[in-house]
Every structure is written in structure tokens, then in C-alpha cells.
Design a protein. Sequence first.
Length: 141
Amino acid sequence: MALFPAPARALDERIIFDPYTGLSLGGYDPVAYFTDGEARFGSDEHEVVVGDTYWHFVSAANANAFENAPAAYVPGFGGYSVGAVARGVPLPGNPKLFAIHHGRLYLFATTEERGAFLGDADKAIAAAAARWPDVLKLLAY
């Protein structure tokens, strides 16, 4: 049994998206976290559809990178806050509060959760992974 959700399984996760628009990450570019080290709004000019969700990007290059390997860029735990998932709660992460650990993007609901994660990321991910199956059962879709 794996302690961490593997990037290859990322698209099997319940990805947070706006139920009215279908937009993931609140319009932030998931590739920009890796290339620019910051949360950057994407544009509908560079839009990619994966499954039931729409993703926006700051450039065609970022959109192409995502299309070629979406599982590498989708946030861990589908964009739910790592700290909240560890408590068994499906609370969306804030796209501006993020960290990348072992090549995977993670989001957080509060700066305190992010700080705790940065203190011992492997422990935080393991705690969230242990509760993730229970959290999935709470989700309506």
C-alpha cells in the first residue's frame, strides 16, 4: 500500500472545480507553480479540458506541457487542503497557499497548515493519505 498518492493517479482523484463554470484551481495555471514558482492566473485563451474540468494557462507552452502530462501538474488530493484532509475534512485548498514536494503540488487552507506541512511534509502527506479514502466518501460527486 502506497503512503502517498502517486502523480500517475492524480487524474483519478476528485479534482476541485467550480460547479458552475467547470474551472479548476480558480483559474490559476497549474504549470506556473513549477515553472515560475508562484500562483499565476491563466487565460481562457490557453484553455485545456481534461475530463469534466477546464484548466487555464498563462501561455500556450504551459497548456501544451499540461496536455502532455496532466497527472504531473494536478494538485495532490485533488486540490483539497492537505491539513484538512488529514483531519478527515474535504476543505478546498487556497491556490495562493501552496508547496511543491517531491515534484507534486499541494494546496492549503491556511498559512498555519502550510507551515506545518513545510515542517514535516512527508508526515503531513502520510496523514492526509491515510484519511483520503474517508474524505472521498464525503464528496457528493
